[in-house]
Ligand binder design. Structure first.
Ligand code: NZQ
Ligand code: ZN
Length: 388
């Protein structure tokens, strides 16, 4: 097992009817900015319930944080934090609203041009650059990203989508009430299953380091998602199934399964360019890239792919090649069974656009991906060609 630090201070408040806990976790004298997205939380009445839970605190609202939250939108919220002396942020929404709120929190305390915060990639922003944040909590409405219990965000600016990581950027608390996700459109539920699945494979399908407990936890999450995937999409109000979906998604990216093991993230980094260029939903981009990447990287990932085939998909017979082939095929079929297409061409993107994606990767300096940094632009190109 590799050396690791594990730190996660987020207080999880899980289950039905937990909104009243907000009162306990937000300082009584706080001036609060509620942040939300395009209106689903308003329409469902959730924002009103959150305001009721905040009682007599002074509350402001900032709506309109879009999917793949944009820097240009978020800096408007920073203005409100400044002008109204906000000292607590409360994100009500999915990964985009939570990520956006993390950025608002960092940017408010940053003295220079807050675009600087987009430059650090997957490395945490050093404390001497950003040593303070505005505290925030979250009310999660979409199980997918794990943003409710991690310190990462993904922020869009011009023609880029930038990871922003900071050790100071964990939510103080997150309310995970599965019933708040019942209003999701089916496609977003399916996206959520796929995103959580791929977060797990990014930290599991690498090379073995004898992280036995991490492997078993990752396999548990993958098997749970496989078991509940179709039902959580088909039966939106099935509480038990949705509860397992929510908790799987949180555990997939709260740092636990990734501690002490190699991590890949090439699927995500290539996928991000597909969102930026073609507007494909985040989870759909990773559904396109992952099966193809596993195919192209089968030698580097051979041992873990065989373990995945045997332990996750229970493939017992056949040669090593056949087991790997079948595991990749089953992964693709699983995504498709949820209604998520896995070929780039099915999203109206033809092979002649691949050079544009490669140019974008190059422009963003994404030229050494994977758990060993050996995915060059040529290999990314091969992965995209194979994803057609
Ligand atoms: O904006 P509203 O009107 O609220 O509608 C949203 C949005 O259109 C809707 N929605 C959310 N909860 C709902 C609901 N509709 C009805 N009922 C509800 N309960 O769903 C749509 C998508 O929301 P979004 O927040 O964009 O989805 P998701 O949670 O999948 O987040 C995706 C974003 O997270 C980033 C992605 O890159 C993308 O920008 N990620 C963040 C990560 C992290 N912080 O750790 C890791 C991920 O890999 C990912 O990169
Ligand atoms: Zn993701």
């Amino acid at each position: 097992m590799l050396n690791f630090d594990f730190y996660n201070p987020t207080h999880i408040i899980f289950g039905k009817d937990r909104l009243q806990s907000i009162d306990m976790h937000v300082p009584a004298d706080a001036t609060v900015l509620i942040t939300y997205g395009g209106g689903s939380a308003k329409k469902s009445g959730l924002i009103d319930k959150v305001k009721t839970a905040l009682g007599n605190r002074k509350v402001y609202e900032f709506g309109g944080i879009e999917p793949n939250p944009r820097y240009e939108t978020l800096v408007k919220a920073v203005e409100i934090v400044r002008s109204e002396n906000i000292d607590f942020l409360l994100a009500v929404g999915g990964g985009s609203v939570i990520d956006g709120t993390k950025f608002i929190s960092l940017a408010f305390c940053y003295e220079g041009d807050s675009r600087d915060l987009l430059k650090y990639g997957l490395a945490p922003i050093p404390f001497e650059v950003a040593g303070k944040t505005v505290p925030f909590g979250t009310v999660l409405t979409l199980p997918a990203t794990g943003s409710e219990m991690n310190n990462g965000a993904s922020i869009s600016y011009k023609q880029g989508k930038y990871p922003v990581m900071s050790m100071l950027n964990y939510p103080k608390f997150s309310i995970l009430d599965p019933t708040l996700t019942f209003t999701l459109p089916k496609i977003q539920v399916a996206n959520g299953v796929v995103d959580a699945f791929v977060h797990t494979t990014e930290q599991y399908l690498t090379f073995p380091v004898n992280g036995m407990v991490q492997d078993r936890m990752a396999e548990g999450i993958l098997q749970t998602l496989i078991e509940i995937g179709e039902t959580t999409v088909a039966e939106p109000e099935n509480y038990d199934v949705r509860a397992n979906h929510v908790w799987s998604a949180t555990l997939a990216l709260n740092g636990l399964i990734g501690a002490g093991v190699p991590q890949d993230w090439a699927t995500h980094m290539i996928g991000n360019e597909l969102t930026v260029l073609f507007g494909i939903d985040h989870a759909q981009t990773v559904a396109i890239v992952l099966p193809s990447l596993l195919e192209v990287r089968r030698e580097q990932k051979r041992t873990k792919l065989l373990q995945y085939a045997e332990r996750v998909w229970h493939i017992e017979s056949g040669s090593e090649e056949e087991k790997i082939d079948l595991a990749i095929q089953k992964t693709r079929e699983f995504f498709e069974s949820l209604g998520i297409k896995t070929h780039l061409s099915q999203y109206g993107v033809e092979a002649d656009k691949i050079p544009v994606v490669i140019e974008q990767l190059k422009a963003h300096g994404i030229t050494a991906l994977s758990e060993t940094g050996d995915i060059t632009l040529d290999i990314s190109q091969k992965i995209l060609e194979n994803a057609m």
